[in-house]
Design a protein around this ligand. Structure first.
Ligand SMILES: [Zn+2]
Length: 378
């Protein structure tokens, strides 16, 4: 590496440190210097170009008691944004996210994708992205799909088989002229609890039920994908060796006992709303959710014994049913999790509601931008 390359690397490393501090909260140059350990001169040097190109903004001076008034720096409220898109079996969702972690715009629209071709799906995504830029510079697009993803291509998607084998990242990037990153929805829902704010610590499992069961394992502040993107497939952990046949070809998978469709049919309800209402009075609905909770608890105990993480976050419809599921999940985990004797596993309901996946998709882009900030100087 030449000296010039080396200096450039040091500069980008320092810039990353400053941007991470600003994601945490705005601050004056003196405050940021104290928080990052950099000199005020270095800070000014790093932030000047970003103030000039509208990534950062200097707020009006505020008097803070003694000394000179401080002028906090923050991400510009009209600065560049990331766009997250979720393609799911029965809906599309989009979120426009600023570098400061503030949602600029988001919406969710019903759309049946079961029979749609990859081209038809991308047509809808392109239209949605174009409506969502809010006239701001776009850093890139994060695209979420309910399937296993490897290197920009969907490799397994039991509920959207027409997408398998398609390099959606490349195709969408070509159509939009923007960087596009493709990722599995369960991993993105987990990421949304990690970035830009830590909502559940640095080690946890996020599990949610939609058509299937999706789980994301977070270890040391990173989503664990495994070698080919298949890690965290909790839905296909076997809890009964000769049990009910599963769409994956195996038998006795957690998904066949704790999936949303299984709960609905056991409770004889059509929608999650109907099920939630029935839980107030209907014994059959309560039993259906309780049994699903026990099956989920057995599967989660296996995951806990493999990864030894302290927290489980219940997302999607599990977050809605949290109050009725938790006791059943816990009854199984308490006796099966080996580390349970040392500490109680925390069970949290996700605060992100139905937008966790798109938030993670947009967050994947803002996180990469902050971690690799060279493009902000463009
Ligand atoms: Zn299975």
């Amino acid at each position: 590496m030449t000296t010039v390359d080396h200096l450039r690397q040091v500069r980008l490393g320092n810039l990353r440190t400053v941007l991470l501090a600003l994601v945490d909260k705005p601050g004056s140059r003196a405050d940021l210097a104290a928080r990052t350990g950099l000199t005020k001169a270095t800070l000014s040097n790093l932030t000047e170009p970003l103030l000039a190109n509208g990534v950062l903004v200097e707020e009006p001076a505020t008097l803070t008691g003694v000394g000179r008034p401080s002028k906090p720096l923050r991400f510009h409220p009209a600065g560049p944004v990331a766009i997250g898109v979720e393609v799911n079996v029965e809906h599309l969702a989009v979120e426009t996210l600023g570098l400061d972690g503030e949602t600029v715009h988001r919406r969710r629209i019903p759309a049946d994708h079961r029979a749609a071709t990859a081209d038809e799906v991308l047509d809808r995504v392109v239209a949605l992205v174009r409506q969502s830029t809010e006239d701001r510079a776009v850093l890139g697009v994060g695209l979420a799909v309910p399937g296993v993803v490897y290197d920009g291509t969907v490799v397994r998607a039991p509920n959207l088989p027409n997408l398998v084998g398609e390099n959606l990242a490349q195709d969408l990037s070509g159509r939009l002229g923007l960087d596009v990153e493709l990722e599995n929805e369960a991993n993105l829902a987990a990421l949304a609890h990690l970035w830009p704010r830590h909502l559940a610590g640095e080690d946890f499992v996020h599990v949610s039920a939609d058509v299937g069961i999706g789980a994301g394992v977070v270890l040391g502040g990173e989503v664990y994908r495994g070698v080919s993107g298949f890690a965290g497939e909790l839905g296909h952990v076997v809890i009964e060796r000769d049990g009910v046949r599963c769409t994956c070809g195996s038998r006795g998978c957690v998904e066949r006992y704790a999936g949303l469709d299984v709960m609905l049919s056991a409770a004889k309800k059509k929608t999650l709303d109907e099920l939630t209402t029935a839980l107030q009075t209907d014994e059959r609905a309560r039993k259906a959710v309780h049994e699903a909770g026990r099956a989920l608890g057995v599967g989660l105990a296996t995951l806990m014994n493999l990864f030894d993480v302290p927290t489980v976050v219940l997302g999607g419809s599990y977050a809605v049913l949290h109050e009725h599921l938790s006791a059943a999940i816990r009854s199984e985990m308490d006796t099966r999790v080996l580390a349970g004797g040392e500490r109680h596993t925390r069970l949290l309901a996700s605060p992100l509601g139905e937008f966790a996946v798109v938030r993670g998709a947009a967050g994947m882009v803002t996180r990469r931008t902050v971690q690799q900030p060279a493009r902000l100087y463009a």
